[in-house]
Design a protein around this ligand. Structure first.
Ligand code: 5AD
Ligand code: FES
Length: 346
């Protein structure tokens, strides 16, 4: 089978035998990649037209009890500056975001025990009451089922929890023993059963990632069928154990993104900040590989440099409005347009 035949089959069947997927990932030309992006764009156009949805990202705590080897916010990084936004500050971000046309707020943070269920539920209830027309997305890492349930009942609609890798052995090389692949999967199952729209995802080119890991990731996505998938290149952070590792390749990230569109035609795929960091046009390239979500930063400028997951993260000096309109220009420059509705999956 040629790569073009594999791409055709993948589009038609929404799946590919592992052996063929392996061949496609392992070796393809720039022309193959262009053909794949064109098919992925066509599928995305069929489902979503030329719309790109906005999600306003509020990075509300840089404290984290975990020690993930790749992440600049890891507990072991004594040089990371820690901050927390309080309820009033978070609501001010939402107010600013609403005026800028955001109808989804993503509350993201490290795993910070200060934010108990009671504190978080109050914040979520407040946002739900003030903005009944907005989606509330949480991205707070691993919590108990009861906690996920309480936050859902408080008004949260969506939850982002990247699975990071669907290969248990690889998972154990990215995280210390206190974190387990089994618990990650338990969290994702709980979120789904409770009724959240669920996002998972992974870094492309993370240390130790093989083609087999990527094949496991794709198989997992096909089985789990998340509503959202966050894909970005791995980027090293200087104060982590992975400081000397190479960044994930842009081309492979875009390729995997487009494959995911063909596997899951209705999936919501962000053109991530990491893509924009690895290349100045990374997010535009992501849109052209069929991404249909952008997530401008709504965090107060004063804290942005303190939410450093990896080195050279972009958008850490800009105001929310600057990011919002910068992204609008970028989206329009590649022929798409911003949608200001909630943007639920088709
Ligand atoms: N490079 C790229 N992405 C990272 N993330 C964390 N650290 C890095 C890094 N060094 C991603 C993880 C996490 C999400 C919030 O950010 O996938 O789930
Ligand atoms: Fe906190 Fe990874 S160390 S998100």
């Amino acid at each position: 089978m040629t790569n073009l035949q594999r791409i055709e089959l993948l589009e038609k069947e929404r799946t590919l035998p592992r052996k063929e997927m392996r061949a496609l990932l392992e070796s393809h030309t720039a022309q193959d990649a262009e053909a794949l992006f064109a098919r992925a764009r066509a599928v995305r156009a069929r489902v979503y037209g030329k719309a790109v949805w906005l999600r306003g990202l509020i990075e509300f705590t840089s404290h984290c009890k975990n020690d993930c080897y790749y992440c600049g916010l890891r507990r072991g990084n004594a040089r990371a500056e820690r901050y927390r936004l309080d309820r009033t500050e978070i609501l001010a971000c939402c107010k600013n975001g609403y005026a800028l046309g955001f109808r989804t707020f993503v509350l993201q943070g490290g795993e910070d025990p200060f934010f108990t269920d009671a504190r978080l539920a109050e914040i979520v209830r407040n946002i739900r009451t003030i903005y009944p027309d907005c989606a509330i997305t949480l991205s707070l890492g691993e919590r108990s089922r009861a906690s996920y349930q309480a936050l859902f009942e408080a008004g949260a609609d969506r939850y982002l929890l990247r699975h990071e890798t669907a290969n248990a052995a690889h998972y154990a090389t990215l995280h210390p023993a206190a974190l387990s692949f089994e618990n990650r999967m338990r969290c994702l199952r709980d979120l789904r059963e409770i009724g959240y729209q669920v996002g998972c995802g992974f870094m492309v080119g993370s240390p130790g990632q093989t083609i087999d890991c990527l094949l496991d990731d794709l198989a997992f996505l096909q089985a789990f069928r998340p509503e959202m998938v966050g894909i970005g290149p791995f980027l090293p952070h200087k104060d982590t154990p992975f400081a000397a590792e190479a960044p994930g390749p842009l081309e492979q990230t875009l390729f995997v993104l487009a494959v995911i569109r063909l596997l899951l035609p209705t999936v919501l795929l962000p053109a991530t900040t990491a893509l924009g960091t690895v290349h100045p046009m990374g997010r535009e390239k992501g849109l052209l590989a069929s991404a249909n979500v952008v997530m401008p930063n709504l965090s107060p400028v004063l804290v942005r440099k303190k939410y450093m997951l990896y080195d050279n993260k972009i958008c850490t000096g800009e105001e929310a409005a600057e990011c919002r309109f910068c992204l609008q220009r970028r989206v329009e420059s590649v022929g798409f347009h911003i949608e200001t509705s909630r943007g639920d999956p088709a």
